[in-house]
Design a protein around this ligand. Sequence first.
Ligand code: ADP
Length: 334
Amino acid sequence: ERLVTSSADDVERAAEAALRPKKLDEFVGQRVVRDQLSLVLQAALARDASPDHVLLSGPPGLGKTTLAMIIAAELGTSLRVTSGPAIQHAGDLAAVLSSLEEGEVLFIDEIHRLARPAEELLYVAMEDFRVDVVVGKGAGASAIPLALPPFTVVGATTRSGLLPAPLRDRFGFTGHLDFYDAAELERVITRSAGLMGVDIQHAAAHEIAGRSRGTPRIANRLLRRVRDWAQVRGDGRLDLKAARAALEVYEVDPIGLDRLDRAVLAAVCRRFGGGPVGLSTLAMTVGEEPDTVETVAEPYLVREGLLGRTPRGRVATQAAWEHLGLEPPPGAWG
Ligand code: ADP
């Protein structure tokens, strides 16, 4: 079931690192964001200044971390990495900020999960390049302003709507990453296979692409599993037969849905007669946090036309019933 979730664990991070595009022109797809970002970066380089802060939003596995690394590389500077949940106290963030060197890029993953005091410290730092270091405690405490060298924050979020407006406004550029189409995923797969030193047949790349849930991370993961199958049970060739057989072993749904996706659809259809059902009830039924259901499962289900979001809650579409092989209740579509 891990095979098709879109988040990465530590073992996978190592495998991913080898496949990450290092330059903007190696980054597949997302033409609009790439183009806009390229302008921002070229202008900054021409002025010999740090570019505006950049916010990247979109579901997991679409390339936000990769783009942050590319931004630092294109600027010829180093990248410092942290995340919203890793910063417990404003003081932790103050320490990170005050250790930045001129021109560095600070990547803050899951920036919507920063605690309030850290968030407030961050906007001052982004706007005025200053942190107020609090010395002492209680009534005798005082804040000593500490000037910071210019730097660029790259924030990543799966939920740009959750960022408070004052923080969102500090970003000069926001890029929205969207799911990749099958042709783009085929390019990701073919490129990755090349880096892994294996040949992949076009039909196999096509098959994997169609089951990758619009997500490069999943495409790369499925490619590794197909390679395993080809080595262990096949004749080493990454052809259509190997792709189909491997995807079957790993129970990847014909349209790439993962366990959570299927659980959400099945709950809406079976437990709630097709909906509408509210997000929190639905999340409780599948045993997940509402945030996970909303940011990890729903965007792809909505995009594939399997789930609808209405003011009264989530509803299954006819395609969802068909996909699950279930009969919708009579009269469901007028
Ligand atoms: P996110 O930070 O959005 O969760 P990552 O940047 O970690 O996603 O990307 C996940 C994996 O997918 C990485 O291994 C990366 O190499 C690959 N990847 C993502 N976007 C692209 C792309 N546009 N072209 C090629 N590979 C990509």
